[in-house]
Write a protein that binds this ligand. Structure first.
Ligand code: GRG
Length: 306
C-alpha cells in the first residue's frame, strides 16, 4: 500500500513538472464551468440557498476531477469537428457545442455534490473538502434538502440539452449511486470480503458517473456508437482506478491532504481493495474483518497486515 501511494505522488509530481498537469490544460474552461455552476445553484429561500451553494464557493470546489476529464475529452473530440458534419451533428455551432459539453461537466458536478451531501448524512461525517461537512454545519435536514435541490437543478439542465439518450444515461447514474451506497450498507460477511462485489459496488458508486458522462460527451459530439462505447469504457476504467487510488490514500494519506479523516473506511467497517488484497495473502485477517472494527485495536491489528 505504501509503495503504491508513493508511486501515485511521484507520478503526479512528475506530470506537473513536465507541464502535463491535466487541470492546467483546461483551467480557463474550468473557471467558466465554476462560474456557471455558482449561478445554477442559487435557490429562492435564503437557508436553502446557503446550503446548496456551500460546496460551490471558491476554494471548496474539490479536485474537479470529473469536469477536468470531461472537458479534456470534449477537446479531443472537437479536433475532429469538421469531419463530423456528414453525421449531421453540427447543426449547432462549435461554440454552442462547447457550451453543451460544458453543461455535461456542470450536471456531473451537481450530481456528484448531491451524492456527497447525502453520503455525509448517512455516514454522520464531520468534515468534507477540508471544512465542516454541510450536515455538521447546518444539520442533516438541510443537507438532504440541498442534495435534492441540486439533483433537481441537474435534471433541468439535462432536459435543456434535448437529447433523450443523454438524459437516460445520466438519470440512470443516480440509480447507480443509490444502488452502490445500498450495497455498501447492507453486506453479508461473504459479500464484504469478495473482490467481485467490491468492484461492482465501486462501479455503481464511483465509475458509473464518470463513464456515463464521458459517453454523453461523445454522443453530444456526434461520435459513432463504437466511439461512444470506447468513451464509456475509458470513463469506467478511469473511475475504477480513481476509487482504487482513493482507497489506498484512505490508509496512507493525512487528514489535511484528504480533506476528511484518514482511515475513515475501515473505521466504518467498509472493506476496500487494500484489505481485500491483504486477506488473499493472509487468510487469518478474515477473523479480524468479521469482528467489524468497532474495537480500535482491531484497526491497528489490520494495519499491521498491510
Ligand atoms: C443523492 C445522487 C444521490 C445519491 C445518493 C449517498 C449516495 C446515494 C451515494 C454516495 C456516492 C458516493 C459518495 C460515492 C463516492 C464517490 C467518490 C469517489 C467521492 C470522492 O470524489 P472526489 O475525491 O471528491 O473527486 P471531491 O471533493 O474532490 O469532488
Amino acid at each position: 500500500v505504501r509503495r503504491i501511494s508513493h508511486q501515485i505522488h511521484h507520478e503526479r509530481n512528475s506530470m506537473i513538472e513536465e507541464e502535463l498537469d491535466p487541470f492546467s490544460l483546461v483551467a480557463d474552461e474550468l473557471s467558466i464551468v465554476a462560474n456557471r455552476l455558482r449561478a445554477m445553484v442559487v435557490a429562492e429561500v435564503p437557508k436553502l440557498a446557503s446550503a446548496a451553494e456551500y460546496f460551490f464557493k471558491m476554494g471548496v470546489e474539490g479536485k474537479r476531477f470529473r469536469p477536468t476529464v470531461l472537458l479534456l475529452m470534449a477537446s479531443a473530440f472537437n479536433i475532429d469537428l469538421p469531419k463530423l458534419a456528414p453525421h449531421g451533428v453540427t447543426d449547432s455551432s462549435p461554440s454552442e457545442l462547447r457550451t453543451r459539453q460544458q453543461c455535461i461537466a456542470e450536471i456531473t458536478e451537481m450530481i456528484h455534490v448531491a451524492s456527497l451531501l447525502h453520503d455525509d448524512v448517512l455516514d454522520d461525517a464531520e468534515t468534507r473538502r477540508g471544512i465542516g461537512s454541510l450536515n455538521y454545519v447546518m444539520g442533516n435536514k438541510l443537507a438532504v434538502l440541498a442534495g435534492d435541490f441540486l439533483l433537481s437543478r441537474a435534471c433541468v439542465a439535462l432536459a435543456s440539452l434535448k437529447n433523450t439518450e443523454v438524459v437516460t444515461l445520466l438519470a440512470k447514474v443516480v440509480e447507480h449511486l443509490v444502488t452502490g451506497e445500498t450495497m455498501q450498507m447492507t453486506t453479508t460477511s461473504d459479500e464484504r470480503c469478495s473482490m467481485e462485489y467490491y468492484m461492482q459496488k465501486t462501479f455503481y458508486k464511483t465509475a458509473s458517473l464518470i463513464s456515463n458522462s464521458c459517453k454523453a460527451i461523445a454522443i453530444l459530439t456526434g461520435q459513432t456508437a463504437e466511439v461512444s462505447t470506447l468513451a464509456y469504457e475509458y470513463g469506467r476504467n478511469l473511475g475504477l482506478a480513481f476509487q482504487l487510488i482513493d482507497d489506498v490514500l484512505d490508509f496512507t494519506g493525512t487528514s489535511a491532504s484528504l480533506g476528511k479523516g484518514s482511515l475513515s473506511d475501515i473505521r466504518h467497517g467498509i472493506i476496500t481493495a487494500p484489505l481485500l488484497f491483504a486477506m488473499e495473502e493472509f487468510p487469518q485477517l478474515r477473523t479480524v474483518v468479521d469482528r467489524g472494527f468497532d474495537n480500535p485495536e482491531d484497526v491497528d491489528l489490520a494495519l499491521d497486515y498491510l
